[in-house]
Design a protein around this ligand. Sequence first.
Ligand code: S3P
Length: 436
Amino acid sequence: MPSDYCINVQRSEHGLHGTITVPGDKSISHRVAILGALANGSMHIENYLCSEDCLNTLRAMQQLGATVIPGDCPQNFTLTGTGMAPTAPERDIDCGNSGTGMRLMAGVLAALPFNSCLYGDESLQSRPMKRIIDPLSTMGAKLTACGKKAGCAPLKIEGGTLHPIRYELPMASAQVKSAVLLAGMLTEGTTSVHQPAITRDHTERLFTHFGIPCSVSDDGLDIAVTGPVRIKAADMVIPGDISSAAFWLVAASIVPGSEITLRHVGLNPTRDAIITVLRRMGANITITNRVDAGEPYGDITVRAAEKLTATTVQKEEIPNLIDEIPVLSIAAAFAEGTTVIRNAAELRVKESDRIATTAGNLRAMGAAVAEFPDGMEITGGKPLRGTTLESYGDHRIAMGFLMAGLAAEGETTLRNCHNINTSYPGFEHHLRELTR
Ligand code: S3P
């Protein structure tokens, strides 16, 4: 797909209709590939996210000696791990656009007995890596950020034996937490982390799934793993990604006449604040067929909201919906009153500076937005106008503003949409299907 690939949408006159299954969860897919590659034995993986980000992680694991036998479709395959004996990669590892892939793999590679190098695209090579270099270096890891920008990738890793630490995370980041825990599981002794707020807990849940002993304090803020661990192969069905479902939750809420169902969406309580916040704003969201498995999931039906009202997103909700904030801001532009989103400075170091890119695009569509170093206040209620917008190579900005376009006057064009493939292959097909 060319990098200047554009997508246009018209205002949807009849609403969104239909039932779709969004692709597999991105965070879980990365972690399943990494843990599965170190496991003893083979496991059947179903509904792996075949997006550029997660395929890069899977290819990296194959470079370390894991094998993949294709199944009946690209999302399903058998992964055979290396039994904790991965081999040195022959080439540098391409992480593409994925901060998660790079930070998690850095945790593992730092504790393995060989050298490696992780690199990525221009956006990834401008994202901060010091946040993982600091704790991993305290564990004795030898990581060097050799990027043009200080503290950024490529990351050169001289792997070796580490020692356990207790780490206080300076920011609520599941990637940093996971990088330390993954290094910890390969290190003799108990490595523990304390997080300032609850962040997505897929690493902890997968530790349990793969038989890795891990303890979590009652308040969920302290997590410990004692290494070196043995990883038991275990089949895994990956639920749909709630971060991908979020686009349709908002679109169906703001476009009059809509009624859609999203099947088999992950409902992990550390990821579901988008549902809580949209409901608080007046969205009509129903969950059925809920299954409380290791990773809970269910079907979500959304009907157009009669009226949306502004809300204040609570500080502790922010890590639980960090990736959904661009699209939540669009719901806010259609809600009566001023929605307050603060304590979200982390948005500035995502695939784009998501405070600047969201606020800029909302203003270009005619919304009233005040920007702060750590968030935005969006005053909704005025109709938005379709226009041509930049997505800054950021998949969530592209998809979020296409949802705005479905409810705005006239036509909306999003430029530079190729990166949608990093998280949501088949997005355009779903867009056409639901708006047909
Ligand atoms: C992720 C954690 C979040 C999120 C990212 C995926 C993960 O980042 O934004 O898309 O899979 O651990 P931070 O942990 O840096 O907030």
